[in-house]
Design a protein around this ligand. Structure first.
Ligand code: UDX
Length: 440
């Protein structure tokens, strides 16, 4: 094993991006993961996830000898900096983030790390976790002065590498100043570019992560409620969003109305924040309301589809375009599209779906995943657009007019081109707009 300065434990989404990012800054990175199959794939330069530019960046790091992969943490004993990016899934029972993987990883690191090493928590963890981990390290390994630092990530799936290289801030929380400086040094390239670095305590750092995601989830939920209003009273939700977003105190982002937020972070982190609030007797009422509204949104959409189709979905065939929780990712975790597929099947409908990348494992009578938009729309009484893939924006629906049962689109993402020459021949319903009936 060559000398290594930095180790990343857990090469899932966050860990792998962190590892290739640091490697491309010229830092030697050893990646450790218990999943031997994943390690073998990564050694060959095959990323286990779909992410723009990742395969190329990974190959370059491997060819340059800047990154290595192992299932044995002992191979990283020369590192003085360990980034831990293991999963913290939600416990079904308590709603809290489960910390067993993180605690096990930190214990393993503590066994092999050298005196003074810094252990950086990248995983999203309940407020107070890092302070608790520090107490454990001090108790279990008094012979080594190991330091826990919190350094949350703000990467979006689909643009994760771009986000890594263009952060808007770096947050570093820790009790020990030298340890914080060590982490800061690994981001020297950003400091040189004048990117704000927030050096703080661990609780503040942990809270920043939850508050950021909860705020963004609130923003999305807010525009979704306004969009429900616009559907009824009339108006144009995109102009409303633009009109408020141009106020720099509000900002233009995260104001796209849609089927509700999903994915691996917002649902999990809002729930965790609500749970933390309750546990400490400081109920997070806004966040709790946001969760409730977002959960009920999928049901609301179903009702609208039912109303447009004459109330009975049973026995009808529907096409669902898009399965991923948003475009440019293959991730279907907490995807509104997947929930809607399940709900339609429960209503007794037949569902055919198409997604350019995402697949989901479900074996249900009456459900099939197709290889093209046209195949999914075969015999459909409704075409539901659930993910904002570019393919759907530019799609010429006249090409499927002869295969559908009824020319009806329900666009949950407002991506379909309603000005297109074919549009007057279709009934088009969109989130944030009243039904636009066919006129031709
Ligand atoms: C999010 C955060 O953005 C990121 O900083 C954090 O590290 C992880 O969680 P991600 O889950 O990849 O990233 O997706 P994001 O692009 O933020 O979208 C989250 C959800 O909100 C998606 O379901 C998306 O469709 C929805 N959304 C987002 C909207 O409905 N409207 C918007 O305007 C923006």
């Amino acid at each position: 094993m060559t000398a290594a300065e930095v180790c990343v434990v857990g090469v899932g989404y966050v860990g792998l991006i962190q590892a290739v990012g640091l490697a491309s800054f010229g830092q030697k990175v050893v990646c450790v993961d218990l999943d031997v199959r994943k390690i073998e794939m990564l050694k060959k330069g095959v990323p286990p996830i779909f992410e723009e530019g990742l395969e190329e960046t990974l190959s370059t790091a491997i060819d340059d000898g800047m990154i290595s992969f192992t299932a044995d943490i002992a191979d990283a004993r020369r590192a003085d900096l360990f980034f831990v990016a293991v999963g913290t899934p939600t416990s079904e029972r308590t709603g809290n983030a489960r910390l067993d993987y993180l605690e096990a990883a930190v214990s393993d690191i503590a066994e092999i790390a050298k005196d003074g090493a810094v252990v950086v928590v990248k995983s999203t963890v309940p407020i107070g976790t890092c302070a608790g981990l520090q107490l454990r390290l001090d108790r279990d390994h008094p012979e080594k002065r190991l330091h826990i630092v919190s350094n949350p990530e703000f990467l979006r799936e689909g643009t994760a590498l771009k986000d890594f290289f263009n952060p808007e801030r770096i947050v570093i929380g820790g009790a020990d100043e030298a340890a914080r400086e060590r982490v800061k040094a690994s981001y020297a390239a950003f400091a040189d570019r004048g990117i704000p670095m927030i050096l703080t305590d661990t609780s503040t750092s942990e809270t920043i992560k939850y508050a950021a995601n909860a705020f963004l989830a609130t923003k999305v939920t807010f525009i979704n409620e306004i969009s429900d209003l616009v559907e009824t009273v009339g108006g144009d939700i995109e102009q409303v969003a633009r009109g408020i977003g141009l106020d720099s105190r509000i900002g233009p982002q995260f104001l796209r109305a849609g089927p509700g937020y999903g994915g691996s972070c917002f649902p999990k982190d809002t729930l965790a924040l609500a749970t933390i609030g309750r546990r400490h007797g400081v109920q997070q009422q806004i966040v709790e309301t946001v969760i409730r509204i977002n959960d009920s949104r999928r049901f609301r959409i179903l009702k609208r589809i039912e109303a447009a189709m004459g109330d009975k979905l049973s026995g009808k065939r529907l096409a669902v375009l898009g399965l991923a929780f948003k475009a440019d990712t293959d991730d279907v975790r907490d995807s509104p599209a997947v929930d809607i597929v399940h709900a339609l099947l429960e209503e007794g409908a037949e569902v055919r779906s198409y997604d350019p990348v995402a697949r989901f494992a479900v074996d249900h009578r009456g459900y099939s995943q197709c290889d093209s938009i046209a195949a999914a729309c075969e015999g459909a009484s409704a075409v539901l657009v659930a993910t904002e893939w570019a393919d759907f924006k530019s799609f010429d629906f006249s090409t499927i007019e002869s295969v559908v049962e009824r020319r009806y689109i329900f666009d949950m993402r407002r991506v379909v081109d309603v000005e297109a020459p074919w549009a007057p021949r279709w009934d088009i319903e969109r989130i944030g707009s009243p039904m636009q009936r066919a006129t031709a």
